[in-house]
Design a binder for this molecule. Structure first.
Ligand SMILES: *[C@@H]1O[C@H](CO)[C@@H](O)[C@H](O)[C@H]1NC(C)=O
Ligand SMILES: *[C@@H]1O[C@H](CO)[C@@H](O)[C@H](O)[C@H]1NC(C)=O
Ligand SMILES: *[C@@H]1O[C@H](CO)[C@@H](O)[C@H](O)[C@H]1NC(C)=O
Ligand SMILES: *[C@@H]1O[C@H](CO)[C@@H](O)[C@H](O)[C@H]1NC(C)=O
Ligand SMILES: *[C@@H]1O[C@H](CO)[C@@H](O)[C@H](O)[C@H]1NC(C)=O
Ligand SMILES: *[C@@H]1O[C@H](CO)[C@@H](O)[C@H](O)[C@H]1NC(C)=O
Ligand SMILES: *[C@@H]1O[C@H](CO)[C@@H](O)[C@H](O)[C@H]1NC(C)=O
Ligand SMILES: *[C@@H]1O[C@H](CO)[C@@H](O)[C@H](O)[C@H]1NC(C)=O
Ligand SMILES: *[C@@H]1O[C@H](CO)[C@@H](O)[C@H](O)[C@H]1NC(C)=O
Ligand SMILES: *[C@@H]1O[C@H](CO)[C@@H](O)[C@H](O)[C@H]1NC(C)=O
Ligand SMILES: *[C@@H]1O[C@H](CO)[C@@H](O)[C@H](O)[C@H]1NC(C)=O
Ligand SMILES: *[C@@H]1O[C@H](CO)[C@@H](O)[C@H](O)[C@H]1NC(C)=O
Ligand SMILES: [Cu+2]
Length: 814
């Protein structure tokens, strides 16, 4: 659809204007043909209108200034700086064979730069440098080019380097990272502005019917109240043939951009094959599950009075996410009587020197307790972490998102044809500033993120936050009648959030004192819903004229674990029932269980599911690094929230060869420089022929003491119910994966943390408090525990009963 959400506002003034305008404006639309918003923010997916610059941003933000540390080496994965991006763009313009037009002047029949970005250096080269001091890897960029000056429009990627640009620098092919041998992707949507215009023309041709059925007008100017957009990706009955179903959506009139809650239930199908609009046609209409094979047939039915009207799906307060008072349908006797009072809050450690992590802001390098890592950011996938070390040893070389799939289904052709591959839109462009005190604690450290699209560098200030917080439950406890020991579960989190169209994704990378790393994704924002008609098999009836269109979210992550070197194996330890006799069982068998140890040692066997009842444990281990008891040291990977998942739909008609990373819950492959990512942002342009088909990674290679990569899926089967209105809530829409030490150290490493207290007590009260040198927050007395009031239990002997002396001795409770 349309949204041209040009978020790249380059001045604060422009930002404020945008912000002001958006208060009463409709979703901004593509306003002039030839604008290349489609490339900057490919616009099929309904996009919301976030203000890009918050009026209150001062340039310094709220950022806690964490103590500085110097990274052990330079962040070789860092994004391109603004200057590097400018140099690369100038270099590309000098490559005459690219025939580039400046992005601001380019129309759909020109060639122009879609985006430039750092080319992540090959792991092989990085390890040579980092582990063997063999020279720093060359720095290279990659660029995606829109090739419009042709009857066969396409996008293609190149690599440019080395940087800085010099006479040594060259433009070369990036085909080595494509599984089909070329990054060339046919672009069947190059004339999106014209196809949109065509849709509005079609709509105008039956305005009388639309007024009657939908009580609205679709118009490219701002006076319309209906919008038209449809399936993503586009449909190709045969190669080169492009067919798309679209539908009407009501445009919200307030700041609440819940357009995706207002589908109108009238659909039409277009043949937009080729680049000549005069050859485009309408293939049919659909209303209330009846297909009309031409506009004439549809009109004839309407004129004959054959169309029964559906109940309109109209705007109302139900779209807005503001406080709605105690008398909504949750009941007049809401128990939220006290919700105006301030809630408990997290408070920071006292003063700047109370901050317990260190950051090298320039290199995006962080140290917290026994962990250290580098942070990077990518246009396609947002935050990525590299070289995660625990106690000085690398555990994970690379950890980050690969792709986010949202695959819908429905009895209507638009829901049925919707299968978003969100890296196409990118997580970087939508990683807006985080709100201190809400997204992250007020005391968090904030970092900026930048991406370079359409020859503009856009920075989202304070869009990554780092903070320590109390998880709200203990990491450890034990008590007797003589002592109580407790360890606080304080963890460190790297957080970002991206609003990709209607949906908001929150990403957390959390580090725990026991050596565990957790990856969490949560979803909120507006669902994309369906008009309610005969679709009870595809969702619940959740509002007037509205069905909560069912869909699967599958978010694929890469975890390149390196346990004590890169030679690792994938262990499968299973608990299973057995019947067995023992030397002491007098020849009788007993029904019991035992542990079976196995390995998954070939890629051909490495498309995996989480076993039913969690009866197998999966670990990346180093067979050659056994602990002193002979057990191989390793890290386990284990679903936490949401149990891990994979897509329900297999062999998707929409995604064809572009969702092979979502057919299973997790995968193991051999690490290769040529297989850095499970997907490619341009796959969506032509899903039958993706740049990267993940399936091609599985070619029988050994996983036995090799450098292996685990790819795992998080997500949810989302069947929205009334509680998803107006927005989906994070509490239930979340999934997480834990990566945790497994026979890795000889004891629980959190014992080395002073977050532990032990209180010795007896009937006379607390006798001693051991805090192991830990400091306590000062200032706010309410948060300093008073250990001396601990009593453990109060016994009152009932025989003989003496209420005057309730504390008389009793037997120990243990
Ligand atoms: C983020 O960007 C702002 C505005 O350019 C700048 O003042 C600030 O120093 C940046 N913060 C960091 C942590 O780089
Ligand atoms: C270069 O691009 C322009 C459009 O920007 C086009 O008219 C011209 O034919 C192209 N030249 C070549 C050699 O492809
Ligand atoms: C839309 O209609 C206008 C007015 O009839 C016409 O000039 C224009 O070419 C049409 N656009 C397309 C893409 O069909
Ligand atoms: C149709 O729209 C008009 C103008 O917005 C409004 O006044 C009228 O109430 C609507 N009719 C129905 C049936 O919703
Ligand atoms: C697709 O169209 C282009 C441009 O007309 C043509 O060169 C190409 O051969 C066509 N491909 C197929 C598979 O028909
Ligand atoms: C779409 O139009 C092209 C020509 O522009 C034609 O070859 C093709 O058969 C049409 N497809 C359908 C499904 O009508
Ligand atoms: C539409 O359907 C009618 C009746 O089934 C048929 O006669 C006609 O040829 C069809 N038209 C098209 C364009 O398919
Ligand atoms: C709600 O509270 C009012 C006042 O306390 C009471 O009279 C009424 O019975 C309550 N209604 C319900 C459904 O509990
Ligand atoms: C793990 O081992 C068990 C028992 O040997 C076996 O049944 C199961 O198929 C194995 N799982 C995988 C993913 O190899
Ligand atoms: C294990 O390590 C030893 C000592 O470094 C080495 O000789 C041996 O080749 C290694 N074995 C494997 C399987 O990696
Ligand atoms: C990375 O590895 C690939 C595959 O071996 C190679 O083609 C490419 O040139 C390497 N990139 C750099 C920057 O060396
Ligand atoms: C409890 O202890 C007190 C003080 O030692 C004693 O006087 C009293 O008799 C005891 N009561 C009982 C029920 O044992
Ligand atoms: Cu959802």
């Amino acid at each position: 659809m349309l949204l041209s959400l040009r978020v790249a506002v380059t001045s604060l003034l422009a930002g404020l204007l945008l912000g002001a305008a958006s208060v009463n404006a409709k979703v901004p639309r593509v306003s002039h043909p030839g604008s290349k918003h489609a490339k900057f923010f490919p616009s099929k997916r309904p996009s919301t209108s976030p203000a890009s610059v918050s009026g209150s941003f001062t340039g310094t933000g709220w950022s806690a200034s964490a103590p500085r540390v110097s990274a052990p080496y330079e962040n070789i994965w860092a994004e391109l700086t603004d200057d590097e991006a400018a140099d690369v763009i100038a270099f590309l313009h000098d490559c005459k064979e690219l025939n580039l037009t400046a992005a601001t002047d380019a129309g759909s029949w020109d060639n122009s730069i879609m985006r430039v970005e750092v080319l992540t250096p090959n792991k092989t080269d990085v390890l040579h440098f980092v582990d063997h001091n063999l020279g720093k890897p060359e720095r290279w960029a990659r660029a995606a080019i829109w090739v419009g000056a042709t009857v066969e429009p396409h996008v293609i990627e190149y690599q440019i380097g080395p940087l800085p640009i010099s006479e040594r620098s060259v433009l070369t092919s990036l085909d080595w990272l494509s599984t089909k041998g070329t990054t060339f992707q046919r672009n069947y949507d190059a004339d999106e502005d014209l196809t949109t215009e065509f849709m509005y023309n079609v709509s105008a041709s039956i305005q009388d019917i639309i007024t009657d059925l939908l009580n609205g007008t679709a118009s490219r100017s701002d006076d319309g109240d209906l919008d038209i957009w449809g399936i993503d990706p586009l449909w190709h009955p045969t190669p080169n043939e492009t067919v798309q179903w679209v539908t009407f959506w009501r445009i919200p009139s307030t700041v609440f951009d819940g357009e995706t809650l207002m589908p109108q239930g009238l659909f039409f199908e277009l043949n937009t094959t080729g680049r000549d609009p005069s050859a485009w046609s309408v293939l049919g209409w659909l209303y209330r599950d009846v297909f009309y094979n031409s506009t004439e047939a549809f009109r004839a039915a309407w004129e004959a009075g054959e169309l029964k009207k559906s109940r309109l799906n109209l705007e109302g307060d139900w779209i807005g996410s503001d406080y709605q008072g105690p008398t909504t349908d949750v009941g007049a006797n809401s128990t939220m009587w006290a919700s105006e009072k301030a809630p408990p809050v997290m408070v920071p450690p006292s003063g700047e020197d109370g901050i317990r992590y260190k950051v090298d802001t320039e290199n995006r390098y962080v140290e917290w307790m026994d962990f250290s890592f580098f942070i990077t950011f990518r246009r396609d996938t947002g935050v990525r972490l590299f070289d995660i070390k625990y106690r000085g040893e690398r555990i994970i070389y690379e950890l980050g998102l690969e792709e986010a799939l949202a695959h819908y289904a429905g009895n209507d052709p638009v829901q049925s044809g919707t299968a978003y591959l969100d890296t196409y839109y990118g997580f970087g462009p939508y990683a807006f500033e985080l709100l201190a005190g809400y997204d992250c604690p007020t005391y968090a450290t904030f970092l900026n993120s930048t991406f370079h699209a359409e020859e503009v560098s856009t920075t989202h200030p304070n869009s990554i936050c780092l903070f320590e917080n109390d998880q709200g439950y203990l990491l450890q406890r034990h008590s007797t009648s003589a002592y109580v020991a407790s360890t606080k579960n304080i963890a460190f989190t790297v957080r970002s959030a991206s609003t990709v169209g209607n949906y908001d994704y929150n990403f957390d990378y959390t580090f725990y004192l026991d050596g565990t790393i957790e990856v969490t994704v949560r979803a909120s924002g507006y669902i994309q819903a369906a008009a309610y008609y005969a679709n009870n098999d595809y969702g619940y009836h959740i509002h007037d004229g509205l069905s909560g269109s069912m869909h699967d979210h599958v978010l694929t992550f890469k975890a390149d674990l390196d346990i004590l070197g890169t030679a690792n194996s994938f262990a499968n330890h299973t608990v299973a029932p057995v019947t067995t006799a023992y030397p002491w069982s007098h020849g009788m068998e007993r029904s019991t269980m035992r542990l079976f140890r196995d390995y998954v040692d070939n890629e051909d066997d490495a498309k995996l599911h989480w076993p039913q009842n969690a009866h197998s444990m999966f670990m990346v281990v180093n067979k050659n690094a056994t602990n002193e008891f002979g057990e191989p040291r390793g890290y386990r990977i284990m679903p936490s929230k949401g149990n891990g998942m994979f897509a329900t739909i297999q062999n998707s008609s929409n995604l064809l060869n572009s969702m092979n990373f979502a057919t299973h819950a997790l995968y193991v492959t051999r690490q290769k420089d040529t297989e850095p990512h499970a997907a490619n942002a341009n796959n969506n342009y032509d899903t039958a022929n993706p740049v990267v088909d993940f399936n091609a990674f599985f070619d029988g290679e050994s996983l036995d003491q090799e450098d292996i990569v685990v790819w795992f899926n998080l997500g949810m089967h989302h069947v929205p119910h009334t509680g998803d209105l107006p927005n989906t809530v994070f509490t239930t829409a979340q999934g997480s994966m834990q990566i945790l030490p497994h026979n890795y150290l000889l004891h629980d490493p959190s014992r080395d943390s002073r977050q532990t207290v032990r209180i010795d007590y007896n009937d006379s009260g607390v006798q001693a408090v051991h805090t192991f040198g830990a400091e306590f927050s000062e200032g706010l007395t309410s948060v300093v525990p008073d250990f001396w009031v601990y009593r453990g239990d109060i016994d009152v002997r009932k025989f003989p009963y003496d209420p005057q002396h309730p504390f008389n001795d009793t037997e120990s409770i243990v």
